[in-house]
Ligand binder design. Structure first.
Ligand SMILES: [Fe+2]
Ligand SMILES: [Fe+2]
Length: 220
């Protein structure tokens, strides 16, 4: 069974992640590199564990989380497909086809328009990825420039981000604390509504409700 540790040490994966950081930095994007993929991978594993998935599925969710954005250096559009295909090019002869397919499907689904979830690994990855909004994702250092860009502004405004899973209430909750001096919650919805719909679809698939709490105001 392949492990996340082996994936992290693969020289090709390291290079794809590095190229992706370089490419998206040149476009002035928020972080999609080491910080983001580590958080997404950890969160995907935590979700899998909380859902009582098998140890194998926990590992697959963590791997999908780590590799989901590595195709961005080939172009932002369709990066979900590039990432899935790059993954299979490296591991097609090393990972059993069923596991490889599930990882590929999770990666390809994380940004797909016609989202259709058929496995838990995909659901874990989507929740982990779409919930990653935080000040530390912003690479720009000039506060004026941050305020001028809605993605930077919204991410920069989020000073606390917690993803909680309650098995008892069958609820996944994303709890955010936003500094309203930086942005208004409406800005958040302007760019994140789609992401929250992805989260709701993923939670639905797992049989959970998805709730969003912004500054103690709950939407579910
Ligand atoms: Fe992505
Ligand atoms: Fe991502």
């Amino acid at each position: 069974m392949i492990t996340l540790e082996e994936i992290k040490n693969n020289q090709k994966i390291k290079e794809f992640v590095r190229q992706t950081e370089k490419y998206l930095d040149s476009l002035g994007f928020t972080d999609h590199g080491q910080r983001h993929i580590t958080i997404v991978s950890d969160r995907a594993r935590k979700l899998a564990r909380n859902l009582n998935l098998s140890k194998k599925d926990e590992e697959l969710a963590a791997i999908a989380g780590y590799c989901h954005d590595m195709g961005n250096f080939l172009g932002r559009d369709n990066h979900h497909f590039w990432s899935a295909l790059l993954f299979s090019q490296i591991y097609i002869d090393q990972i059993p086809t069923q596991e490889l397919s599930e990882i590929m499907q999770a990666i390809a689904s994380h940004d797909k328009d016609n989202l259709n979830i058929i496995n838990n690994i995909t659901a874990c990855l989507i929740l982990a990825d779409k919930s990653d909004v935080h000040r530390t994702r912003v690479k720009e250092r000039d506060i004026k420039k941050i305020k001028d860009d809605i993605h930077d502004r919204v991410n920069y405004s989020v000073i606390k981000n917690e993803l909680k899973i309650s098995k008892k209430n069958k609820q996944v909750t994303l709890k955010l604390e936003i500094d309203t001096k930086i942005t208004k919650p409406m800005d958040y919805f302007e760019i994140f509504l789609e992401r929250m719909i992805y989260c709701r679809k993923a939670a639905d698939f797992m049989g959970y409700n998805f709730a969003l709490i912004i500054n103690n105001f709950k939407l579910s």
